[in-house]
Design a protein around this ligand. Sequence first.
Ligand SMILES: Cc1ncc(COP(=O)(O)O)c(C=O)c1O
Length: 371
Amino acid sequence: MLRFVRGSTWVRFRGAVGGFCERKWEAVPPWWRTNSGAPRFFVCVPRDTVPAVQQQPRVDRLIWLDGEFVPWERATVHILSHSLQRGSLVFDYMSVHQTPRGAAVFRLDLHVQRMLRSCELMGLPLRQGAALISEAIIETARANPGAKAVKASAYFPSVEVDVVPLDTRVSLAIAAYDPQADIIDPLSQSGERQKRAKQVRLWLEKQTHQRREDIVSPQAKVAANYAASMTAKARALEHGFDEILLVDEENQLAEGPTTNVFVVDGGGVLCTPPERRVLRGVTRQSIIELAKADGIELREVPLSPEALTTAREVFLTGTSAGVLPVVSVDGRPVGTSCPGPVAESLSQHFERVTAGRDPDFDHWLCYVDEA
Ligand SMILES: Cc1ncc(COP(=O)(O)O)c(C=O)c1O
């Protein structure tokens, strides 16, 4: 339906092949209009009736953007912005849990520290310090009831030509949302809810060039670090696997695209690759601390791919994944049961902590309504 607006009104022009531009009606060039005043080439609708992000469903949430809340669809960047073109966006992603004391952000301090470290490693001069970022995260979680996750992003919004930006101002955006309800469900073509897997068939990515510490530090949570794992995981999904594990340049087990890995070896010892070679996963750190508290022997040691073949158990950890048992590696079953006893007991303990039901680890939760 063709609708158009006259007078001193902002309007959006939606092109035939998608996209839009915004103009004041009186600033619209005359050749865009017919003699009767109707738009000639475009569908013209009043501002705010076209989603800013084309083909994305409307999400009724507020995003904190450089100190102000803006509607979800207005948190956009220019197509030529440095962070989009060069992958320089640094981010961190944390979980929000419902507890008897209301919503709580899990290990906020560790996430904020990691974000600052990522910015430092990538040379993003973020103006805000830890206290302000933490406060903004809590405020954003509070402004978005029902949110289950928070993603904080620091990026160069400036349109640039060279790889090193001339305008080094960094924007900070914080979004709090429900990944399943707000993003995954509306994106699912079939309309069926895609449920989180309870166990995964893992593919060990054999190419050592997928993850090179000498190119970008694995400890920087930066968009550029995910390009290699995107292609490797896409290949594995095509072959019927659910998740991949990357090896580093020395052919040692490293991590998944968004997870860390744990192995219970043939002697029953829980092992994980040393933190120098992987992203310092907050879930990884939490599982290490819970294992110590539960008297489970743990070693941070380099692990060769053969460790997967002889393992009693393999599991992945991550903010989205939680504790995720691996049922098979490259099609070969792992251990005798999935989940194995170690993964099962750590997973249960982890869930008690995140639900606010373990007073010993209550300090890991930052209560949104009490902060
Ligand atoms: C490369 C990588 N490794 C590990 C993890 C797990 O970290 P966390 O437990 O903090 O989510 C992530 C998180 O997305 C990641 O991107």
